[in-house]
Design a protein around this ligand. Sequence first.
Ligand code: SF4
Ligand code: SF4
Length: 383
Amino acid sequence: MKMDEPPRSQGSQGGEEEGEKSFVVPRPFSLVAELTYQCPLRCPYCSNPLDYGSSEYKRELGTEDWLRVFSQARQMGVLQLGLSGGEPLLRKDLELLVEKATDLGLYTTLVTAGTILTLERAKRLREAGLDHVQISIQDSRAAESDRIAGIKSFDKKIAAAKLVKELGFALTLNFVLHRHNLDRIEEILELAEVLEADRVELANTQYYGWALQNRNALIPTREQLVKAEQAVMNAQKRRKMPMGILYVIPDYYAEYPKPCMSGWGQRTLVVAPNGNALPCQAAGVIPNLELFNIKEYSLEWIWFESPTFNRFRGTDWMLEPCRSCERREVDWGGCRCQAFLLSQDASATDPVCHLSPNHHQIVTVREGVGEEVVSFAYRQFNS
Ligand code: SF4
Ligand code: SF4
C-alpha cells in the first residue's frame, strides 16, 4: 500500500483473516535511523553492507524524509531513536533531526565513532535535545585501537568521550570484542571507569558482512572467553557504572542462539540511508526478501503489512527442529541472516543452535581457531 492510500487496521500476521490470527503484531519500540554509510573508519567487523559505497546507498534520504519517518514512528508508539550509520555526524542536518525528534518525544541516542565530534557540534546537539551518546572504541590501547579502526583515531575518541561527559549527556562506550582485544577486557573496563561511562556495551563480534569476511582473523579461543566473562562478572559486582555493563555473548560458543533483534519484526525498525526499511541492519543479505522504501510506503504499512516484516514473524514460518521446539518463542529460531549466510536457507534453524543440522559448521570453525594467522580485510568499497 502506497503512502497516499489509507493505512489498514493492525495486528495480524500478513494475509490472515480477522479471527485467524496466530501472532499479534506488537507495536515497534525503537527505530534505528542509519543516516549514512559514510565513515572515516574501516573496521573489519563493520555491520554496514559489503556494497555500502554503491550507487544504491549514495542516494541518501533528505531531511524531510527523515522527519516524516520520525513522525510516523512516534505515531506508531516508537519511544527510542538511534541515530546511527556509518558516521551520523557527517550529516549536516543532524542537529535539526535531533531537535525535531526531541519535539516528538523520542529518546534520542547518537551512535558515533566520535572522531569528528567538536565542542561546538556537541553543544549544538545538547541544545537540540540529544539525550545519549554511544561512542565506539576499538581497544583500551591506542595502537591496538587504531590498528582495528584502520586509521589513527583513539585519541580523538577519548577526547570525544570526555566532552560528552562534560556537557552532561549520558555516555555509553561500545567495544566490539574479538581475539585481538579480549585479553585486555579488564583494561577496557578500567578505561570505561576512568572515562566515567554510565554504561558499557561489550559485544562479542557477530559474524555477518565484514565480520564474516574476517572471521578467521577475529574469532577468539574458548579460553579467552572464559577469562573475559569472569572479568565482566567481577566488574558487574563492583557496580561502578550506573546503567550497568551489557555483555553480548559470543554466538559461536553458545549452545542456543540469541533471540536476534528480540524477534524478527517485533521490537525494532531499521531504516537504511536510502530509505529501505528492514527488521535488522543485516537483513538485506537475504535473497528474495522484497524491500520497501519509506519514500513510497508508510512506515505503518511496512511494519504491519509488508511481506518483509511478516516473512519471519512469530513461529508459523519455522521448519523443524524449531517448529516443535519448546524454545521457539524464547529465541525465535535465532538469526535469519546467519541462517542464510551459513546454510543458504534463511528459514533454517540458526546453525549456532546445537540442534541445527548445520551446527557442524560452527563446530568446525570453533575447532580451527588460532590455526591460521590471517590479516584483516578492512572495510573498503571496491567498485
Ligand atoms: S563499525 Fe567502524 S567502520 Fe563501521 S560504521 Fe562503525 S566506526 Fe565506521
Ligand atoms: S531448535 Fe530452534 S527454537 Fe529450538 S533452541 Fe534451536 S534455534 Fe531455538
